[in-house]
Design a protein. Structure first.
Length: 216
């Protein structure tokens, strides 16, 4: 079985990123955990209150409904906080990526710069930096919180209803993820072709800019 391994430059950048932003990343993880708990607990509390309205009356449950509103507000605040902190962390990652990329360029020989012009190298650096930022921000804002909420939801469904409901949700999710993976794999060929076309365009523009005085 073929194992997935990150390229050495990416591993080096992520290691430096973890070393520099370790506290911020741990803070984001804690906020994501609290946000997930509030997001799942608020609907559960609301469902229990709806069941008790006919027996106890809405006035007796006013305090619990207030707690439900507070939990919804807290979940929203925590989610926005995660987005803000992930943006700050992404900017730090972009800075680390740019500096490491420039440090590697300093070690290249003269023949390397004859094969690749400045515009092409600049575009490649920007695309690599933006790609890493997008992946990390998606992980912090989308993937990790969603996975946590799904896990908490499945645990809640299993505890309150039955395991058959958990199996149905897992089956539906598996089908959706499989279809998305197939679509992504098919689109990857076209995406790689688009990236290559972008690099060729940058190479052409860079050569034209370098020869601009001669052309004039």
């Amino acid at each position: 079985m073929r194992m997935f391994a990150l390229p050495p430059p990416v591993t080096e950048i992520l290691a430096a990123y973890w070393k520099a932003d370790r506290r911020l990343l741990l803070l984001i993880a804690a906020i994501v955990m609290l946000s997930g708990l509030a997001t799942v607990a608020a609907p559960y509390l609301f469902s229990r209150l709806i069941d008790r309205i006919s027996a106890e009356g809405i006035r007796e449950l006013a305090g619990w409904f207030l707690l439900y509103a507070v939990m919804l507000g807290a979940a929203s605040i925590l989610q926005n906080t995660v987005q803000y902190l992930s943006f700050l962390s992404g900017e730090n990652l972009g800075f680390i990526t740019s500096t490491r990329y420039f440090a590697r360029l300093l070690k290249k020989t003269h023949s390397f710069f004859l094969d690749y012009n400045a515009a092409e190298l600049q575009v490649a650096g920007e695309k690599g930096r933006n790609a890493l930022k997008i992946v990390v921000q998606l992980g912090l804002v989308v993937f990790i919180p969603s996975a946590l909420q799904i896990l908490l939801t499945l645990v809640t469904l299993g505890a309150l209803i039955n395991l058959q409901m958990v199996a149905i949700v897992l089956g539906y999710g598996s089908v959706a993820v499989t279809l998305s993976a197939i679509a992504t794999r098919r689109a990857r060929i076209h995406r790689e072709a688009a990236v290559e076309a972008g690099q060729q365009n940058a190479r052409f523009v860079g050569n034209a800019m370098n020869a601009m005085e001669t052309l004039r």
